[in-house]
Structures are given as C-alpha cells and as structure tokens.
Design a protein around this ligand. Structure first.
Ligand code: GDP
Ligand code: ZN
Length: 458
C-alpha cells in the first residue's frame, strides 16, 4: 500500500492566470489543513467541494497566498487517494512559497508521472490508458488528441480485455480436455481452437492495420518540400504555417524548435524536414547528391514537389521526378495566376501514379485541394469514424505482433492435430502478451520507465 503523500505544481511553470498545486496521499487533507485558514477547517469540509481561504505560514501566521482549495476524498479522485488541489494566483514566487510550505510537512515532491502512476497502481487506469495520458499531453493535432482521449477512456483496453476473455475461456476448455481425455472431444476441441484463434487474429490484424495511421497522427507525416529555386517553396511553407499558427502553442514539455517543425493540415500533422539545402539550390540533381538532402528525401513519408505552372518542366526536374517514382509524391504546379506553360498532360502520362495539384499560393488558391490530396494518400476513408480504435504506441504494436505470431502457431498446430497441451502453450503466450498491453504481468522497471516519460505534476 502507498503510505506517503506527494505534491507537485500541476500547471506550467511561469506567469499565468492561476497555478494549481496537486497533493495526493493519505495525509493530503490533514497536512494541507495545517496551512489553510478558512471558515470551515479543511478536515471538516465535504468531499468534492471548493473552499476559499488563505495559505498561512504556520511559523508566524502570516498570509502567503489567497487560494481556492478543492478536496476530493478517496476513492473518488484521479489517484484513488485523498487529493487536494490548491489554486493559487500563479505568481512564480507565491506558488513556490506554498510548495515549500507543503514540503516542510509530511509531504514530498512527486516524481514525474507519479500521480498517473498511482492511478495505475490503484487500479483506476490500466497501463495502456496511463500511456495514453502521455500521448494526450504531447499530441500535436486535434485528431491525435481525440485518439489519445479515447484510449485514456479505455477504448483499446476494452478490446484487449475482450480478446483475453475469449482466450481464457478457450484455455479452460482445453484444460478440461487435458484433464478428462476420456470424453474424447479432442477433434471438436481442435476445430474450436482454430476458430477462436482465427477470430482473435482477425481482431489483432484490424488493430495493427490502424497502427500506421495512428503513428502518423501521433508523430506527423515526415514531409520534404523540394523544387527549383523560385517555384514558391518558401511561400507554400509560409502559407501552410500561417493557416495553422495557433495550434501547438501551449503544450507543456515541448520545446519551441520542435513545435516549429509542425504544421497541421485538416487535422493531420506534417513534420517538415529541414530541406533548406534543397530549397535554395540552382542545380537540383547535383544537390540531391549532397548527403544531407539525400537523407531528407529518404526519410520523408511525403514529398511535395513544387514546379512552376508558368514554365516548361526542366530536365533536372524530370530526372528528380524519375528518381522519386517510388515515393509518395504530390506534384504541385504553382502560380496558376500566371499563363500556363507547363505541359500537365505529359506529366500525367509520365507519372501516372503521382498526384498533381495546381495552385496559386499568391492567390491562396488550391490549398484545399492539396489538403485533400494529402489526406487521401495517407488515410482510408474511415478516418472520421468515431469508433475506430487506433493503436499508435510502439510498445503496444510490438506486443500485438508477438501475440499474433503465437496465435498463428496455435491455429496451425490445431490444424495439424498437434496434442492440445502443446497448443495450450501458444495460447497462453498470446494471452500474456495481450496482458502486457494493459499492464498485467509487466515488470516494475518497465513501469518505472513508462511513467518517467511524464512531465512533473501529472
Ligand atoms: P522558393 O525559392 O521556391 O522558396 O520560392 P519563393 O517562395 O521564395 O517564391 C519565389 C517568388 O515567387 C516570390 O517572389 C514569390 O512571391 C513568388 N510566388 C510564390 N507563389 C506564387 C504564386 O502563386 N503566383 C505568383 N505569381 N508568384 C508566386
Ligand atoms: Zn525559398
């Protein structure tokens, strides 16, 4: 049982409207009460109330801060423990002072992620839900946020638990047959195993199918903008960035330079690669020979190849397009406000697999079409559907793949009439791997490692 009480500043540090200090643990109410001056003593207020008063320095009785203190008693709180939240005015000094006073009591500073870890240990969240809390904090687009929110809500857990339930049933069935072989239902059992394994496999495959889309939504589509000088690459970049300026401003724990690499199109985050080298060169092909540029192109999930609508295609552009045939490329014919010189038809015939978008960045025309093209390249039509569970966490993906292998082996073994006690081993393995996703049978060190990724106060 957890016996100590922890505290941390739960809001971003710095000047802000208010700051919230969160205290959790068996002594949270009692210890905070000793610093809190109000009409009703904090130890006597009802749960889930907000109480006005002052934090005082118990040494000299001086007022340190005017605060609102909310009390949420166990088990109806995020951590399932007694939780006190102190809403301060938020000046850096006063918040620090309140924190210091708390830490002089029987309260210690929380480690990063420790509140969420307690929610997990106390059974309020399973591991996949707790991990989703990290994703929630870090999400860079509305869509990624919604996906994480659903996972916190337990959407993935539910499906994993249902699968595990079926596998336990199957294992029990097999167990009975091992113990009472005289029933002679071995053959029926073999069919049952095949069916159950196939059903679970189908479910796992469905989840894995969402993995690449989930990863994209979480981490962004790695994108390179390339093209000859003056075709409008910088202008396009600015147009994309401008439209989406406000999106990633106040996500705690992310640094500025990381934020600036991202733009969001239709809710899909693009991670723009530093292709400065590619952007401003005179000779495209020569430039591709430069290692840095080549790496950028190789890394990219998506290449936005900008050409001039007002000029014929240059030889080096043709060459580079040829090289990029295997890549997801959108050819952008920019400057449609000028007379057409570009032979679009011959591009269509040469590169039938590539999408072509005509636009004028200057006139702000065609951006919509570009957004649609990007969506259609990376997402099947189901993206909008609300009941899709996305798997985007690499740990979950790896475990699903392992479970899949075990189930395939189990199914094939059943088909080959391998003795069922052998098959039992495969099914148990799959059941265990699935369990690790939601935090059954995971090691303490892994749990520590997962929660240490959190920021302070979560
Ligand atoms: P980059 O060298 O490829 O980055 O090209 P820039 O974005 O710097 O643009 C080169 C020039 O083309 C600038 O003078 C832009 O104002 C101009 N430009 C960009 N987009 C358009 C467009 O849609 N129409 C016209 N007429 N000019 C454009
Ligand atoms: Zn430029």
């Amino acid at each position: 049982m957890i016996s100590d009480t922890i505290a941390a500043i739960a809001t971003a540090v710095g000047e802000a409207g208010i700051a919230i200090i969160r205290v959790s643990g068996p002594d949270a109410v009692q210890e905070t009460a000793k610093l809190f001056q109000s009409k009703i003593p904090l130890t006597e207020v009802s749960s889930h109330t907000v109480n006005y008063g002052h934090i005082i320095d118990p040494l000299d009785g001086s007022r340190v801060e005017e605060v609102l203190v909310s009390v949420m008693r166990a088990p109806r709180s995020f951590t399932v423990e007694d939780v006190v939240e102190i809403h301060c005015h938020g000046g850096v000094v006063s918040v620090r002072k309140v924190m210091d006073l708390l830490l002089q009591r029987n309260i210690r500073l929380a480690e990063p992620g420790e509140f969420t870890k307690r929610a997990f240990i106390n059974g309020r969240l399973d591991l996949s839900q707790a991990e989703a809390v990290i994703d929630l904090i870090r999400s860079k687009s509305d869509r990624a946020f919604n996906i994480a929110l659903k996972q916190v809500d337990g959407a993935l857990s539910k499906r994993i638990k249902a699968m595990r339930y079926d596998l336990v049933e199957l294992m029990a069935h097999i167990e009975v047959n091992i113990d009472y072989p005289e029933h002679d239902v071995q053959e029926m059992t073999s069919t049952l195993i095949q069916n159950k394994c196939s059903a679970a496999l189908q479910e796992i495959e469905q989840l894995l199918k969402t993995a690449s889309e989930g990863k994209i939504l979480r981490e962004g589509i790695t994108t390179a903008i390339v093209g000859r000088p003056n075709v409008g690459k910088s202008s396009l970049l600015n147009a994309l960035a401008q439209e989406n300026k406000a999106i990633v401003t106040d996500i705690p724990g992310t640094t500025r330079d990381v934020i600036e690499e991202f733009v969001t199109i239709n809710g899909i985050p693009l991670k723009l690669l530093d292709t400065a080298g590619l952007r401003e060169t005179t000779d495209l092909v020569e430039q591709i020979g430069v290692e840095k540029s080549r790496n950028a192109l190789e890394q990219a999930d998506l290449i936005l190849f900008v050409v001039n609508y007002n000029e014929k295609l240059h030889d080096d552009e043709l060459l580079l397009l040829e090289k990029l045939k295997e890549k997801q490329t959108i050819i952008i014919a920019n400057k449609t406000d000028l007379p057409q010189e570009l032979d679009l038809k011959s591009i269509y015939t040469h590169f039938p697999a590539q999408q072509i978008v005509t636009m004028s960045v200057r006139e702000q025309e065609g951006l919509d079409q570009l957004e649609k093209s990007i969506s259609s390249l990376f997402f099947s039509g189901e993206l909008e559907s609300n009941d899709l569970t996305y798997v985007s966490n690499v740990r979950h993906i790896a475990l699903l793949k392992q479970a899949k292998v075990s189930l395939e082996e189990g199914r094939d073994a059943a088909e080959a009439f391998v003795p069922i006690d052998m098959i039992q081993i495969d099914i148990r393995l799959a059941w265990e791997r699935l369990g690790e996703i939601i935090g059954d049978s995971v090691s303490e060190s892994l749990i520590d490692q997962i929660f240490s990724q959190f920021c302070l106060g979560k």
